[in-house]
Design a protein around this ligand. Structure first.
Ligand code: NAP
Length: 304
């Protein structure tokens, strides 16, 4: 907590109110970074910003934006620029999925997920990379997933978006060689955050039955790799094994394996909500506002 290696530098983190994003915020703040924190919930963002400022003595700016909207990335860039802030590190963490047969999921929900996981990520990367290249320094962390490595029935659009994120990041790493700017792709396995609830995937074998990674360990792996300028990091032993298997198995077999994990569990007992405090807070907040275990919120429900 007393380390102040990066005093005066700024990290912008999307998805900072819950799960990995919240843990990233803590890691950056502990190293002395000032923060720009992005998510939709203004209240939760303010709480997280206050927490980071009072505990770590840094500056934390909450920026409530909905990355389902195509203009949000530009608005974030403009607001940061108007404040005269240079972003030294960009963490593209915010992401969602939706569980179920593609044909049963409302088309707009799938398109929103593509907007959030791909289009907004690409736009934020482009906006903030340009000044980094001009300065010859900067770091970008792209949160992908082990899902990037295998087709995922019942979470098909989500896994495909993460395949995009991984491919995009690895190509940028090559293009940026020698520029002073690095891009790191983080591949976590299934972890104990609010992700499964937002995706309506809380009844799946993976969520109900499997041991999940903690957001703390995932964020730490990502943070270390980012700081070392590594191109890619797979978080956790089990995830490394999954990725190894996905690399050597035919895609049909990978799809079959993933399908089993995404089926509805027949176990009566099992995990029902995140143990991770910030993610549980996010879930409690959503439930309080919507009255149901809803994945996504409408603008009216969340009072934007
Ligand atoms: N948990 C896993 O098993 C797992 C595994 C591999 C990869 N991942 C990836 O890790 C990343 C973080 O997920 P998580 O597990 O930490 O999930 P989480 O606990 O649900 O956190 C998601 C964060 O993103 C924000 N967010 C969601 N939709 C948004 C939108 N439209 N605009 C702006 N912010 C939005 C949320 O805040 P608001 O709701 O207030 O906007 C929250 O801060 C995602 O990219 C996810 O795909 C997760």
């Amino acid at each position: 907590m007393e380390q102040r290696k990066h005093t005066g530098e700024y990290a912008l983190i999307t998805g900072a109110t819950s799960g990995f994003g919240y843990e990233f915020a803590r890691l950056f703040a502990a190293d002395g970074y000032n923060l720009v924190l992005v998510a939709r919930s203004e209240d939760r963002l303010q709480q997280v910003a206050d927490e980071m400022m009072s505990y770590y003595g840094i500056t934390a700016i909450p920026l409530a934006k909905d990355l389902f909207y195509s203009d949000a990335a530009r608005e974030i860039y403009e607001e940061v620029r108007q404040r005269g802030i240079h972003i030294d590190v960009l963490v593209n963490d915010a992401g969602q999925g939706e569980w179920g047969h593609f044909a049963d999921i409302e088309l707009q929900r799938s398109l929103d997920i593509i907007q959030l996981n791909i289009t907004s990520l690409v736009a934020l990367t482009r906006y903030f990379m340009t000044p980094m290249l001009e300065r010859g320094a900067g770091k970008i962390l792209q949160v992908a997933s082990e899902a990037a490595k295998a087709p995922m029935p019942l979470l098909s659009v989500y896994a495909a978006t993460k395949a995009f994120v991984l491919s995009f990041s690895e190509a940028l790493t090559n293009e940026l060689e020698g520029s002073g700017v690095t891009v790191t792709a983080l591949l976590p396995g299934a972890a104990d955050t609010d992700f499964f609830h937002k995706a309506h995937a809380e009844s799946t074998v993976t969520y109900r039955e499997e041991e999940l990674q903690t957001p703390e360990e995932v964020a730490l792996d990502g943070y270390k790799a980012l700081m070392n300028g590594e191109a890619k990091v797979i978080s956790g032993g089990k995830t490394k094994m999954h990725v190894f298997m996905a690399n050597i198995m035919p895609d049909e077999a990978n799809a079959g394996n993933m399908r089993k994990k995404m089926e509805v569990s027949d176990k009566k007992e099992g995990r029902e909500c995140p143990a991770h405090t910030a993610s549980k807070k996010e879930r409690d907040d959503i439930n309080r506002l919507t009255g149901v275990m809803s994945g996504d919120r409408t603008e009216e429900q969340y009072g934007f």
